[in-house]
Design a protein around this ligand. Structure first.
Ligand SMILES: [Fe+2]
Length: 272
């Protein structure tokens, strides 16, 4: 098993442990039961995004009452009860899966299905309350975020987000060293574009097949913030498949359960 771990890849960006787990499992299958490799790889085609998908701008996603309710939830949120796990890396407080938001997310699933051209079901959601040190380093999310609605509740100023075109998963990534972020941003083939949202507007993108980032929030006012809502969707019926801990059973490869994840506990977030 040690040899498997040595060959496993890890990546420097946020939310990459899923891709590491996928590649580690694929390598394991190549060695231990190569006759199952194609079945394993093809099973994940459902999480790959068609290359012609374009980011959608959705003004007026919710009516004014919903926007007012979300503003009031943010205002009344006791930040001591919000997660500070991402305060250092993102400059944001997060609040996962609030019941009101989860209902909104469920109600929107049919519309998202129409917009993206496939039946979807809700994955996780969270309020993302960026403050003075807000930043979002370039990354690509796990398939738990195949489809993402990024909704702006309120902001001190417009804060652009940059998306690449749809790109293949970076399975052949070779670590270029500490300048990896700039290398991704400046790669012409990624074709990054800037998008902006006003309060009450949303963007729909494919978080697991598009690089995306925000530069540090500009501190032009006394208080600088951007309060966003993220609603994530997955293809309908893929809730079990997306979780690495289920793969041994799904693919009937009990030995796969022995495969420890190279990045340890970080992968557990996927079990949410
Ligand atoms: Fe993301």
């Amino acid at each position: 098993m040690a040899a498997q771990h040595e060959r496993s890849k890890s990546f420097p960006w946020y939310d990459s442990p899923w891709l590491s787990a996928y590649l580690a499992a694929r390598e394991f299958i190549q060695v231990r039961c190569p006759q199952k490799e194609q079945e394993f790889v093809r099973a994940f085609d459902v999480f790959r995004t068609p290359p012609d998908f374009e980011v959608l701008h959705l003004p007026g996603l919710f009516d004014d009452n919903v926007l007012a309710e979300l503003s009031s939830i943010v205002r009344d949120l006791d930040h001591r009860n919000a997660s500070t796990d991402e305060l250092v890396n993102f400059g944001r407080f997060v609040k996962w899966d609030l019941p009101y938001v989860t209902t909104l997310q469920e109600d929107l699933a049919e519309r998202v299905s129409e917009l993206v051209g496939e039946a979807v079901e809700p994955s996780y959601n969270f309020l993302s309350l960026y403050k003075e040190l807000g930043v979002c380093h370039v990354h690509m999310d796990a398939p738990f975020s195949k489809w993402t609605i990024d909704y702006c509740i309120e902001q001190s100023a417009v804060w652009p987000i940059y998306f690449s075109r749809i790109v293949p998963w970076p399975e052949d990534w070779v670590d270029p060293g500490p300048d990896w972020e700039n290398i991704i941003k400046s790669e012409p083939a990624n074709r990054f574009r800037s998008f902006e949202m006003q309060e009450g507007e949303a963007l729909l993108f494919s978080g697991s097949s598009q690089w995306h980032y925000r530069e540090p929030i500009e501190r032009r006012q006394e208080q600088n913030y951007c309060h966003l809502l993220f609603l994530h969707y997955i293809p309908a019926g893929t809730a079990d498949l997306k979780v690495p801990a289920n793969w041994a059973e799904i693919f009937d490869i009990p030995a796969l359960a022995e495969l420890a994840h190279p990045t340890g506990d970080r992968v557990m977030r996927f079990d949410k």
